[in-house]
Design a protein around this ligand. Structure first.
Ligand code: NAD
Length: 250
């Protein structure tokens, strides 16, 4: 079997860390021209070294519309139109609802929802017909998880966006699907806003809630994203695929 993305172009937002970085590498291994975006130039540069030669790294903040415009213009200038979009950039901040702040609420919605929405909207003219779009949500989009009130609400919004964009783009053969990871071992857990001891306890609690009793790897999510973006998923649109060791289903 040939490589699934030979001669095709894939854009991964937040491709400089964790799930996005692993997925970018998988797209590259499948022959794609790979573009990644992120906010931090240093990790973008490191990511290019990991992913491989020819990777386009774009400093772009998804919560800023002008940055999104710039991102798509740069991808178009280097590679032309896009065949696979993994809208992955996101943050996770946790706190009991009684302690959530307006600042945390706004920051999380600005990146996870507004950033996702305008990434999808602004992608439309840059996509080839029959492109595959995959959104990164979370298993918490349909579970009540203590401490995750803001984050879970943003991820439920992401799940909803996939349905509407799938409906609006179906006539161009463009499919829009979701991956919903369970707990995945990535740098995100160092950025939650919780103190280390509380985070360790949280991580242990999460692990016991996963039927497979372990965290997943970024590659395990990447393979699902790759499949949904590829022609192998040509009759699949609007779905939410859990990659979560069974957490969302059993
Ligand atoms: P990570 O922190 O390693 O990666 C997050 C990526 O998003 C980084 O590349 C970062 O640069 C990028 N990003 C964040 N804010 C951005 C902004 N404003 N503009 C541009 N890029 C921005 O974490 P990860 O675990 O790989 O997270 C990736 C996605 O997976 C997130 O959407 C997260 O919510 C989701 N997710 C993660 C888990 C998990 O357990 N790790 C579970 C479910 C869902």
């Amino acid at each position: 079997m040939g490589k699934r993305f030979e001669g095709k172009t894939a854009l991964i937002t937040g491709g400089n860390s964790g799930i996005g970085l692993a997925t970018a590498k998988l797209f590259k291994d499948e022959g794609a021209n790979v573009a990644i975006s992120g906010r931090d130039q240093k990790t973008l540069d490191e990511a290019v070294r990991v992913i491989g030669k020819g990777t386009l790294a774009i400093k772009s903040d998804v919560s800023k519309l002008a940055d999104i415009d710039l991102m798509f213009a740069q991808v178009a200038a280097k590679f032309g139109k896009i065949d696979a979009l993994f809208a992955n950039a996101g943050i996770a901040k946790f706190s009991p609802a009684s302690e959530s702040t307006e600042q945390m609420f706004d920051e999380t919605f600005d990146i996870n929802v507004k950033g996702m929405y305008f990434t999808l909207q602004k992608a439309i003219p840059y996509l080839n017909d029959n492109a595959g779009i995959v959104l990164n949500s979370s298993v918490v989009n349909s579970r009540g998880t203590s401490g995750a009130s803001v984050y879970a609400a943003t991820k439920a919004a992401v799940r909803s966006l996939a349905r509407t964009f799938a409906a609006e783009l179906v006539d161009r053969g463009i499919r829009v699907n979701v991956v919903s990871p369970g707990p995945i071992n990535t740098p995100i857990f160092g950025k939650t806003g919780l103190p280390q001891a509380a985070m360790d306890e949280f991580a242990n609690q999460i692990k016991t809630a996963v039927p497979m009793k372990r965290f997943g790897t970024s590659e395990e999510v990447g393979y699902a994203a790759l499949f949904l973006a590829s022609g192998e998923a040509s009759y699949i649109t609007g779905v939410d695929l859990n990659v979560d060791g069974g957490m969302g289903q059993i």
